[in-house]
Design a protein around this ligand. Structure first.
Ligand SMILES: Cc1cc2nc3c(=O)[nH]c(=O)nc-3n(C[C@H](O)[C@H](O)[C@H](O)COP(=O)(O)OP(=O)(O)OC[C@H]3O[C@@H](n4cnc5c(N)ncnc54)[C@H](O)[C@@H]3O)c2cc1C
Length: 418
């Protein structure tokens, strides 16, 4: 690279990770090119939480001003097969005071904050990546015209999600890094309010090994999450989503679930997949680095995918800005700083999975007792331990960049428990 010439970074994937990284690196003086496999933006809008770690990064990235907490103040209900409703818990009862929103809220904020001079190429994928000490050669296939070109970059960021092509081209096959948790998820938007539910009221149906969540918002239609256990991901994925989900939930669903399943049949936004974690011994190799779900997918059960993506991009861009001539050392230090947080989220996904979908009736009974338990000091302490409140404050609420790079302490938010 000539002195004074802008360094080129290829960002593969235009999800939240990719756009946040492109924006931060542009601010740090790099020239990003984003390639996205889809022919246009992916606008799907399932529920996501934004914890303190994500909000701190979003604020520095200039995204937070476009976001707000959509939390409904109405108490959620727990329903059963007979249509009975009782007071229940919602995601906002989780410790850490997450903001509740839709993926599309963050996607839009990230897209609108992309500087105009960031180049975006849709329908484009990488097909070969080779590196030498001075740069990375990437062969890019434009699928709309079936033409390939090879270009040189100073850095490649693989932000191409859980089934990352960059990861398989540079680090190894998916099977080496991706492990299914044994649960299928169907997530989608619901237009209006399911019959039997008041507007703004969230609902859960908890049964051993399967659950339905209706996430209600204060100022938006709800989204739905159906989760169930499976030993055969391939078989589940081989059928249409609605068919697999109906088989898992039984022939005679109670009324709210019946309504929600009817909408699934016709939904154009459904995300149907197995919950899988990505675990890698290293997130970078030479001048190629993975970020977001491609590197560490923590799964929805941790509620930290968006927050970790923003925090990872914020930290990476800041470190590259501070030490521009030191790529290998920066990538090593970035990874060392970020890894304890990601490790906590990955463990936390296993710990909190039972909150989403329980293993047995005992767990469900305990879960139903939590609101009452939380009224006593002893019960509150038990709940704090169950939900690892201390770890949540240290890892999910932390301003990661400040913790890793130093700086004035960030006022931790008070834990919020039932
Ligand atoms: C149902 C569900 C609920 C969730 N709930 C939460 C939550 O509560 N809180 C939270 O923080 N997170 C949650 N997450 C996770 C969160 O949505 C992601 O972690 C986050 O959006 C970051 O994703 P990403 O940008 O790394 O990957 P993705 O969103 O998967 O984006 C990857 C992009 O790369 C593109 N791409 C893929 N392959 C290629 C290729 N070969 N070439 C070019 N482009 C390619 C894809 O089209 C896509 O646009 C949830 C996820 C799901 C599925």
């Amino acid at each position: 690279m000539e002195h004074g010439e802008q360094r080129r970074v290829l960002v593969v994937g235009m999800g939240i990770s990719g756009m946040a990284t492109a924006r931060r690196l542009r601010l740090a003086g790099w020239a990003p090119v984003i390639i996205e496999r889809a022919p246009s933006r992916r606008l799907g809008g399932y529920f996501v939480a934004l914890f303190g770690a994500g909000r701190a990064a979003a604020e520095r990235l200039g995204l937070l001003e476009h976001l707000h907490d959509r939390k409904s103040l109405l108490r959620g209900v727990d329903i059963d097969r007979d249509g009975r409703q009782r007071p229940g818990m919602t995601y906002s009862d989780m410790p850490g005071q997450p903001w509740l929103m839709l993926r599309s809220d963050v996607e839009r904020a990230a897209f609108e904050s992309l500087p105009d001079d960031v180049e975006v190429r849709y329908s484009t994928v990488p097909t070969a990546i080779t590196q030498d000490p001075g740069g990375v050669e990437v062969t890019l296939l434009d699928r709309s015209t079936s033409t390939s070109t090879t270009e040189r970059f100073d850095l490649v960021v693989g932000a191409d999600g859980i089934r990352s092509t960059v990861r398989s081209l540079v680090f190894g096959p998916h099977e080496r890094f991706v492990s299914p948790m044994g649960y299928m998820i169907a997530a989608y938007e619901y237009s209006g309010t399911p019959s039997g539910l008041a507007s703004g009221v969230g609902a859960t149906l908890l049964e051993p090994n399967r659950s339905m969540w209706v996430y209600a918002f204060a100022d938006h239609d709800p989204t739905v999450l159906l989760s169930y256990r499976t030993n055969d991901v391939e078989a589940e994925l081989s059928r249409p989503a609605a068919e697999s989900v109906r088989a898992a939930f039984g022939a005679q669903p109670p009324h709210i679930l019946a309504d929600v399943l009817d909408v699934l049949e016709t939904s154009e936004t459904v995300l149907f997949d197995s919950a899988e974690q990505v675990r890698m011994p290293a997130w970078h190799q030479g001048r190629v680095v993975l970020l977001g779900d491609a590197a560490w997918c923590v799964t929805l059960y941790a509620g930290m995918g968006v927050s970790a993506a923003l925090a990872g991009a914020d930290l990476l861009g800041t470190m590259l800005e501070q030490r521009p001539g030191d790529l290998e050392a920066v990538l090593t230090d970035w990874e060392r700083g970020l890894r304890p947080y990601i490790s906590f989220y990955q463990e936390n996904a296993f710990a909190d999975r039972g909150f989403f979908v329980a293993d047995n009736r005992l767990q469900i009974m305990l879960r139903r007792a939590l609101p009452t338990l939380g009224r006593t000091r002893l019960g509150k302490r038990l709940i704090d331990r169950m939900f690892h409140v201390e770890g949540v404050i240290t890892y999910k609420s932390a301003d990661i960049l400040r913790e890793v790079l130093g700086g004035p302490p960030h006022p931790h938010e008070e834990p919020h428990v039932v």
